[in-house]
Design a protein around this ligand. Sequence first.
Ligand code: C2E
Ligand code: MG
Ligand code: MG
Length: 762
Amino acid sequence: MALVLHGGLTATLANVVTVGVLGVLLMRGDRRRDMLHRTRLLLLAALATAFVSALMPPLFTVVAGHAPPKPWLNDVVALCYVPFTVAGLVSIPMSSRRVGHRARSLADGAVAATSLWYLMLGLDLRHGALHAHASGWAHVVTLAYPVGDVFVVATALAVMARCAVPARRMVAWVVAGLSIAAANDIRGNVIAHPGDRVSTVLYQSALLLLLGAAVAPAVVAVPEEDEARPTLLASAVGVWPFVPLLMSMALTTRLVIRGAGLPHAQVLPALAVAIALVARQLTGSRDRQRLVSRLQERERGLEAALRRDELTGLVNRLGLHEMLTSALGDAAGRPVTLCLLDLNDFKLINDNHGHGVGDAVLTIVAKRLAGVVRGNDVVARLGGDEFAVLSTGVARTDQEALSARLLAAFDAPIVVGSRRFTVSTSIGMVTSQPADTPEDLLAHADAAMYSAKEAKQFKSHIAVLSGDDRQSTARQLRVREEIAHPDYDQFGLVYQPVVDLATGRIRGIEALLRWNHPTLGPIAPDLFIPLAEQAGTIGAIGERVLRRATADLALLRDRCRGHRLAVGVNVSPRQLTDEHFVDYVLALMDGHALGRDQLVLEITEQAFEADVDALAAATGRLIDNGVSVAVDDFGTGYASLRYLHRLSLDVMKIDRSFVAETTTRSSSRQLVAALATMGATLGLQLVAEGIESIDQLRLLQEMNCELGQGYLFSPPVPIHDIERLVATGHCYPVGSGDAAPLASIPTQRAVSLSETPTTLDR
Ligand code: C2E
Ligand code: MG
Ligand code: MG
């Protein structure tokens, strides 16, 4: 860098301007994200000191009338490039897992630089005084330039071996630039005068390379796998600082042998110690290298274990996610097909036969799946009884073949010891679209898998999500996500009158939940209730529904004196089987001073799939305490008569699908008539749901069905409309054949669940 003096005043000025412009540009760059920003600025500062020092002697000459002495202040300024460059180098991001990188890089630089110093002294010895003027401080300063260069180059090489891979390019520029500068400075020391064309060309090249370093591409992130990978460069760097040391020793030995005047007694022991030191360092570095590779091997083993499922040896969730990420990021843009599989009723195997048997079943399933996929497909176990298959570039026909093979894997029973299990699975399959992320694909496959589960088949079933299904799935996914954290302001209740079919009087109301989402619009309870059950929020929602419905009923009682109504509230089996539920319900009714018989808890037949004993206990306690229990949507579910018999019930609601067909299909008519008879025999009160026409009403009246609800009387309406209907005395003018329903289709908003009910007039 001392050769900056030989670049000429114009070139130096041009350089200053270039560095200035670059500096301004870099200051305006994206400083926060670029991890090399500080290094760039320090490199520019190093260049700037060199240029400033180059300008100082000519200015001195102009002012003082003669050249400055040697050494002078400009040498101090010029040598500042060493700390600036070294500071820049050590602020480069290192492979973070290894500590002490920076200190070791500096130590390597120092070893190389001192060795060179020694070498140069040796050269001086050999040539006698290389420079006649080079004595005292001048000598020190003349040697300081190449020594400084070598210090920086050695440090840079050491940094390059240990720094984060993306930063290497910048360091390589520094190494190249400073190596040329070092060669030039050493040349300047060996050849008495360096101010020739060669040195100018070398200097300008060094400069350009350093500028190249300052504008090297930004580094915004250091990839994980970048860390601590052993490289040839790293091994070489361990050795290289000793090369000048060995050279200088060889030189000294030669001088001693030639009798250059060095006292043997001092040099030889020093030489022996130095050789031992080098040997020690070299073996030490080899051992370290071996140790590091062994540690890295173990680390790689651990990393692989992190991505494997211990039980089945398959890839686990983390591994699958990474493979999905790389498959979706594949430049070839081939579609990726993901299948999620969930075993049906696997819990029963675990519960009834123990976890050992359960694990054996899972292992067999894993083997079967691995046996039916293609060579480069991936089978993963995501946990529990959930598996996944990842396949790339699957055409539609292959997709069908894959589904068939996956389903076929569950055809044969699974045999564990003397036990045989028929295991079935629900599979969701989805193929990626261009902008999909792994999360998108997993979520879509999950939704497809749920719909396969909801198909409620007893054999294995696959749901393939086509492109068109995606939108509705996306909505369903949003609903699933949001119902996990419900905003109760968006939920409200409407009420549908339950009418005495003989007199038309309103005997009760059924509370029906509404969800009016600000962006998704109204969401049907048939969609969100099952999702709330899955998300585990149905308990909290149901609790609010009960609180709101009983409070509304109390207000209605106060406003419509003389009309004693019952309110029907739909409850999920999860709520019913909660140990505090019955006490909660009783406390609510008592709190509002309502008769306990004014509450009818409606449970759907689906509830009977749950723990029937717990359900029977809860319904028994409710009925013992005077609360009514209704079986809802009767005829649609799995309720066997045996269950009906076991549960304590007092109301049966005939599903609207049968009612709808009473006028069109004689079989439905006969079925409803049979249900009515059965209900009467069991002592159950009958409610026909979904009555929409006068003809249906007449038929139901003939069958002695006591109560009914449906659009013929009123759709579900806000509570204040119920008050108006109650005030008219009855909901349907019995006898007038063609009378229209009294209530209009509701447009008013339902009263929010989170509002405190104080008045009906909202
Ligand atoms: P559900 O208990 O059987 O309620 C009756 C359903 O039939 C209501 O649908 C009602 O709007 C509809 N409906 C009434 N009359 C007629 C008619 O004449 N024709 C036709 N086509 N439909 C009629 P909605 O409100 O969509 O509720 C659907 C289901 O969601 C309910 O069926 C109930 O099982 C469930 N649900 C509603 N609110 C709640 C709640 O607060 N908690 C729980 N767990 N489930 C609820
Ligand atoms: Mg109901
Ligand atoms: Mg129903």
